[in-house]
Design a protein around this ligand. Sequence first.
Ligand SMILES: [Zn+2]
Length: 314
Amino acid sequence: MRALPLVADRQLVIAEVPPPPPPAAGEVQIRVKAVALNHIDVWGYRGMAFAKRKLPLVVGAEASGEIAAVGEGVARFRPGQPVVMYGALTCGDCRACKEGRDNLCENVAGIMGFHVDGFARELVNLAERLVIAVPDGVSERDAACAPIAFSTVQHMLFDNAKLQGGEAILVHAGGSGIGTVAIMMAKAIGCTVITTVGDDTKINGVKALGADHVINYRKDRFEHETRKITNKKGVDVVFEHVGADTFNGSLLTLKRGGRLVLRLVRRDHAQYCRKPRQNGSRHASGDRHRGADRGCRRRAEAHGKPASVRQDRR
Ligand SMILES: [Zn+2]
């Protein structure tokens, strides 16, 4: 069967690989139909010095497909059924997993497509508990975006921030992957959405997604603009995923009793990680960069873990 492995940093090839064996007990075999692209794929493609992994490695951290075969004891799925896959190999046994909070699993065996072989291949075997049925009417392409991009935002907005219809929310970086999803989800339940962009060319795009107010944070201070828009009240929820540059300002935009929901990743550190290797060391220019590398490892790992995909959430 065909697969898309990364054979070296920035080098992908289409390769023939052996198909998987029939699914074991408790496993399903999935015919992959669509693979999404996330920032973790870009990081993996560029190469990260710290990532514990071996090349070649099949890419693809998020995908949809259909059941090709089921192993012994699997009753939830039948061949032909459309599904999405959860690519974090959580243990299923720890307290977090048993509570349905897989994103906090203490024994993750790796992120598929980043640490271990991912979904960009024709067939893949996976534990039944990491597979979710796709409802009727959802396309393969749309379903492929659910496990990371949409479930991360769903978890942040509804499980954690308890966002309610009619509330006002500030969504940072509305043109980013999870920023666009946050705008759409907040509008879907009737929120007032204020969003920031770093470039005027993104304004029409975020408005088309439903944003009510758009602030170019390079031209105007978003905290002042947000307070103006809300008649000095502030917003109910801030969707914060930028980091140090915006964190303090985000606190200032909250109304009394407001909630700030945070996804831990700092772009400045992510950028340090992309510095080219110099003199045999990725961060050759001193302690600052070595420190950044350590911080970046923690943050990137947090970033790489998709949010909980509990089916019975609400
Ligand atoms: Zn676990």
